[in-house]
Structure formats: C-alpha cells, structure tokens
Design a protein around this ligand. Structure first.
Ligand SMILES: *Cc1c(COP(=O)(O)O)cnc(C)c1O
Length: 412
C-alpha cells in the first residue's frame, strides 16, 4: 500500500491549479465552480490559497446570512463541541426542546420538526401534508395532490425533481413520484383552477431564488392563502432561501402579512457552520406524525440545536432584518441606476437581487468570472442572471465596492 503525500514531489505547497485538478479527478462533476480555491474566510470576505481576498456576494446561497464564522455562532458551536454533539433521537438531550421552543416563538409557530438539509425539510413537509390530507381532510388513500409552481426550486431528491420544470434537474432521473400539479408562478387563477377535493397542499416559494430572484405580483401570496382557506388546503411556504432576514423581514411572507400553515427553513438556520433545517408550523398539522413514521439520525442533534439556538438569538434582535432592509434599499437603488447600462432588469427584495444582463452583454458565467477577477464572488443563475446576495453583515462601503465592480463588468 502506498501513502500519498498531499504535496507534489518538489515539496512545494499545492497551488490553486493543483486543488482544482484534485476536484476534477476525484469529485463528481455535478457542479461547475468558478476557479477560486478558498482557504479561509471571515465576515463578508474569503481568502484563496494564494492569499488573495474576495468580497463574498453570494453567501452560500443565503446559508451565510450572518457572514463567515460569526463570533456568536462559532462560540455556541465551540461550547457545544465541548459537551455533547450527537445522541440520536433514541434519547432526549438538553438542546432539542429549547431549540424548538425558541424557533417556534421566533417564527410565531407552534411546533418544529428538525431535519438537516433543505431538501429533507421539503420532503418532510410533503409527507406531513399527505398524511394530514388522508387522516384529517379525508382524502382517499394514495390520491392526494400537491400544487406547485413552475420554475420552482425545492431541492434535488427524486421526489422533489419529480415536480421540477428544469430539464437539466430531471433528465434521466425518472421514473418520477406522482401526485404533483404544476401551475405558472404568479398566476393565482391557474392555481385556483388546479385545486380539487384531493388537494392536500400548495407548496410555494414566496420569492423564487434559483429561478432568478423572481418576486411574484403584489397580492399573489395573499390570494394563494385565500384560495387555500376556501378549499381546506394547506399552504407550505418554502423559505429555505428567502427566510431568516434575507429579504428584510424574518420571513418573506411577512411582507404581505401572510401566514403559512407550514414553513420549510434551512440554509441560514445552520449559521454557515453545518446543515440545519426544519419544518415549522401548526401543531395540529405536524402533530399527525407518530413515532416511527419519520425521522433522521442527525436531525435535531445537540450541535445543530446549539447552533440553531444561536441563530435564533441573532435573529431575535431584529438587527439583521434591519440591515437587510436598509442596505437592500441602497443596493436596489444603485442596481436600478444600471438599467440601460448593461442591465436589463433588477428584481428582488432586501439584500437579495437578480440582475438581468442586457442582450449583447457577457453571459452570467462570463460576468461572474470577470467579477472574480475584480475580487467579488457572485454566481449566475441561468445564462443571463447574476444573483447578488451578500452576507447581511456587509458594510455599506463593502457593498458599494461590490456594486462598483458589477457596474464595471456589465457597463456597455
Ligand atoms: C436551497 C434550497 C432548497 C434545498 O436545500 P438543500 O439544503 O440544498 O437541500 C430547497 N428550497 C429552496 C427554496 C432552496 O433555495
């Protein structure tokens, strides 16, 4: 047996090209990352293996709302690492109940189902909604339907890609899970028309992140709520990316004063430290689950709960919501000024924007690469949209520097 050193024969340290070659050879090619190799990070900044610093304008798709290694989050994780990290749910531990109570109180909900990844939270919400339909609503067994929106993104599991409208996400992964009806996002009439007496729930993103930070028409979400109420149908809001202060409120639905029956949360709930997700909502709905019907070895583990509790404490101050509101207003004012100068359209809310690149400009990929050369990390979604989502700890000066770089890259 040979043991491979992680350095080339010269003894020189690995370069960015070496690390990228390792990824290329040994990790599956299900991503197409920018050629940046990050070695450490703090706040709104990351540093690559050659020591070059970049402003993070992506925030791990909102998993890093509080920036990299927020001191309060690192302290909570470190403290918990010194006590107990995993028990399995075969036993109680002293973090679970407190985490669930604190998260429920923060979100104005009654019960919490802790999981790990976002996709798991969505899968869990689907199972809960189906069981609610059979046991409470009285839908005949195995006939429940779930209404979803076109251009959705809810994760990558087999069931979730079953109702994706993105060919790349679906092709070659069938056969698919039945029981989903897809209607056009933002079209309340189409949604109403898709509801039958077998409908268990509507599952919807209040703002579609992966689709390009698409904000539905004003009043749409309130109408969805009314349609659900009139038809005894649950409303599940997938706030995995839009929630937890990203849009300037705790939840994106708060902007329309709408309450969902269930919310899926993830990404920022783990504080950028580890995967933590949850379904939160009505006790009479989540209460349909009995022992043995659903679970996860890691869901609700002590370390996850300790980190989640620290995230809840940060959000309870309202500071991050306010930063997102104020800096977001500035971001959108400045980005809108670029319309006609290489930008076709700007969408979004709070410190979250989809920048539609004007025809004749660079592709989203080219723009992301050019931004990286200027020291700003951002990522395209689809061919022509730049997604801008800086950490909520970013300063106004840093934000302006990043926007200047975008203006420079897109200017025509
Ligand atoms: C990221 C995301 C998910 C999936 O989360 P994972 O942790 O990647 O499984 C689900 N829904 C929305 C809206 C998301 O943005």
């Amino acid at each position: 047996m040979t043991v491979t050193d992680d350095r080339p024969a010269t003894g020189a340290p690995l370069t960015a090209a070496d690390y990228i070659a390792l990824d290329e050879q040994w990790s599956t090619h299900n991503y197409h990352p920018l050629p940046i190799v990050i070695a450490d990070a703090e706040g709104a900044w990351v540093t690559d293996v050659a020591g070059r610093r970049y402003l993070d304008f992506l925030s791990g798709y909102s998993a890093l709302n509080f920036g990299h290694r927020h001191p309060a989050l690192v302290a909570a994780a470190t403290e918990q690492l010194g006590r107990v990290t995993l028990t399995s749910r075969a036993f109680h531990h002293d973090q679970l109940g407190l985490f669930c109570r604190e998260l429920a109180e923060l979100t104005g909900t009654e019960m919490v189902l802790p999981m790990n990844s976002g996709a798991e939270a969505v899968e869990s919400a689907i199972k809960v909604a189906r069981k609610w339909a059979y046991r409470i609503k009285g839908v005949p067994e195995d006939t429940a339907e779930i209404v979803v929106a076109g251009s959705n993104f809810h994760g990558r599991t087999t069931t979730i890609v079953s109702f994706s409208t993105d060919d790349t996400a679906r092709a070659d992964f069938g056969p698919f899970t039945p029981g989903f009806r897809v209607v056009r996002y933002g079209d309340a009439q189409a949604l109403a028309a898709a509801i039958t007496e077998r409908t268990a729930t509507v599952l919807i993103e209040p703002i579609q992140g992966e689709s390009g930070v698409v904000v539905p028409p004003l009043g749409y979400l309130r109408t969805v709520r009314r349609i659900c109420d009139e038809n005894n149908v649950l409303m599940i809001a997938d706030e995995i990316q839009s929630g937890l202060a990203r849009t300037g409120d705790l939840l994106a639905l708060d902007h329309e004063g709408v309450r969902a029956d269930l919310y899926t949360l993830g990404k920022a709930l783990g504080g950028g430290i580890m995967p933590v997700s949850a379904v939160v909502g009505r006790a009479d709905v989540l209460g349909v689950l009995r022992p043995g019907e659903h679970g996860s070895t890691f869901g609700g583990n002590p370390l996850a709960c300790a980190v989640g509790r620290a995230v809840v404490r940060l959000l309870a101050t309202g500071e991050f919501q306010e930063r997102s509101r104020e800096l977001g207003a500035h971001l959108h004012t400045r980005l809108r000024d670029l319309v006609g100068q290489g930008v076709a359209e700007v969408r979004g809310r709070g410190l979250w924007a989809g920048v539609e690149i004007a025809a004749g400009g660079p592709t989203g990929r080219q723009a992301s690469e050019a931004l990286a050369e200027r020291g700003v990390l951002c990522k395209e979604t689809h061919d022509t949209t730049l997604r801008v989502a800086p950490p909520l700890v970013i300063s106004r000066e840093e934000l302006d520097a990043g926007i200047d770089a975008i203006a420079g890259v897109l200017a025509r």
